[in-house]
Design a protein around this ligand. Structure first.
Ligand SMILES: *Cc1c(COP(=O)(O)O)cnc(C)c1O
Length: 493
């Protein structure tokens, strides 16, 4: 399988190159040159596999220059780090309503699905290419990617990783998880600004020629662990197939029946993976894109205008507090029938004017596949509360946005296609807000809130959080945006 840049289809690279470089030199994102199509026999085979095998199967369709046996072994190793036997269990909540739990990995958010595997994909990609340099990974995080990447890459040979998070934009648990990170090759820096500032800084450093040159002298190349890297997206495609197979195996649906997915969305990585799965032949009806109060995507799906000139809100679902959804570029590229000049032009407008728009015709085309909705803060808490009362199931605040948007969608359209709610985090990661929604009790201390939540739900507090309290805080640096290049170079030294 070959990969091309969304901003230059003449730029053709292998999977190993796409993953080890992370982003194309023209600023575009790497996308597969075409979508491998799975047929009925493939689905039947997938249904008989466990999660790691399913992941290896789906990944192998894209990573054709990776050795299959090594890939499979890496998937097995990655998904054995999850709490359950099944890395992505599907819960049946009610008739036609399912929750896909993607939070049983080491850091309790869905980012683990890809970031437990990315170190292998990256190192193997470099080996395939004969790259001898060490790799310096830069990560911008709205809270969950950072920890998952740190945990995935800690003490990985020949790799250093530096994480940037918005100083005031993550939950207490998230911050503590990152700042207590162990490992000799890691660094964590708080940035004065929001997630978009962190992400823009990382993107521009990755393409800063001076920086690249300097690093080269120090024996490093850059890469990224954000979902702009195809190595992040590919493992995410797998769980959509897995959820579908689980529904077939449980006789909830028959092979070929359509399923809707509702995805709490920030950078548009998770839901883009669902769209890619559909392109590969997964029978998907609608993809419901759920936002929080930062509803720029909802507006885009409703009006065709993507406008970042608006207020940025801090919400109780911080991992979705994003205005510039990087992976939307990959969707636009498909919408423009893979016209990279047009994609580059719209991305230039986004950078210069902070906005762009698509025609009515393209908007209609988009709305055949997607539905965009958002959830206000009050509604978020109400949703956590009613879901707990109705099903005795504690949703985290991000997943609650998805359930709220699902309810809006079903009320509006009466579309009762079986639907999978993609659950992106453990409620314990946002314990104070979840507890407040369920019980009305305001407990500021995150650990006390988690203990109370454990009493109420009888779902055991995951070990990763239980042991967090005893850990030493290692990282306390807070930097201005314009100090980041120097910070990166000093870290590589
Ligand atoms: C990252 C994250 C999201 C958003 O996912 P995207 O792929 O950026 O759209 C949603 N919920 C949680 C808990 C997350 O960590």
């Amino acid at each position: 399988m070959r990969f091309i840049s969304t901003r230059n289809t003449q730029k053709i690279v292998s999977a190993s190159e796409a993953i080890s470089h992370g982003i194309s030199e023209d600023g575009g994102l790497f996308v597969p040159a075409d979508f491998p199509l799975l047929g009925e026999q493939d689905f039947i085979a997938l249904c008989g596999m466990d999660y790691a095998e399913r992941a290896a199967f789906v990944l192998s369709k894209y990573l054709t220059d990776y050795d299959y046996e090594r890939l499979k072994a890496a998937c097995e190793a990655a998904y054995s780090k999850f709490e359950e036997n099944d890395a992505a269990p599907l819960m049946c909540i009610d008739e036609g309503l399912y929750v896909l739990e993607l939070f049983h990995g080491p850091t309790l958010a869905f980012k683990d699905m890809a970031l437990t595997l990315l170190p292998f994909l990256l190192r193997e990609g470099c080996n395939n290419l004969g790259i001898k340099e060490k790799v310096l990974i830069l990560v911008a995080t709205s809270g969950d990617t950072g920890k998952a990447a740190l945990e995935g890459f800690k003490d990985a040979e020949g790799i250093k990783i530096m994480v940037f998070y918005p100083s005031e934009g993550v939950s207490d648990m998230q911050k503590l998880q990152m700042c207590t990170q162990e490992g000799e090759n890691v660094s964590v820096v708080a940035v004065k600004g929001n997630f978009d500032d962190c992400q823009s800084a990382v993107k521009s450093i990755l393409n800063n020629e001076n920086c690249i040159e300097n690093l080269k002298k120090q024996g490093y190349i850059f890469s990224s662990a954000n979902s702009i890297n195809f190595g992040r997206l590919a493992p995410q495609i797998a769980y959509y197939f897995s959820a579908y197979c689980d529904l077939v195996n449980a006789e909830e649906i028959e092979l070929g029946d359509k399923v809707n997915f509702v995805v709490p969305t920030g950078n548009f990585g998770n839901i883009l993976a669902a769209y890619y799965a559909k392109k590969m032949g997964l029978p998907v009806g609608k993809l419901l894109c759920a936002s929080n109060k930062n509803n720029i995507l909802t507006d885009f799906f409703q009006t065709g205008v993507y406008d970042t000139n608006r207020e940025f809100y801090k919400t109780t679902s911080p991992s979705m507090d994003i205005l510039i959804s990087s992976n939307l570029e990959r969707l636009l590229f498909e919408l423009f029938d893979r016209d990279s000049d047009k994609t580059a032009e719209e991305m230039r407008k986004l950078k210069e004017e902070g906005k762009y728009s698509i025609s009515k015709e393209l908007l209609d085309k988009l709305n055949v596949e997607f539905y965009g909705g958002f959830c206000e803060e009050d509604e978020n808490a109400e949703t956590v509360s009613y879901f707990y009362d109705e099903y005795h199931y504690a949703l985290d605040t991000h997943t609650a946005n998805a359930v709220a948007v699902l309810n809006q969608y079903q009320a509006e359209t009466e579309d009762m296609t079986p639907v999978v709610v993609v659950s992106t985090a453990s409620p314990y990661k946002f314990a104070a807000d979840v507890l407040k929604a369920i019980s009305g009790k305001k407990v500021e201390d995150a650990f006390k809130a988690a203990a109370k939540l454990e009493e109420l739900t009888a779902v055991e507090l995951p070990e990763g959080l239980a042991t967090l309290k005893q850990k030493t805080v290692r990282f306390t640096d807070v930097k201005e945006k314009d100090e980041l290049i120097a910070t990166v170079l000093a870290f590589a030294d």
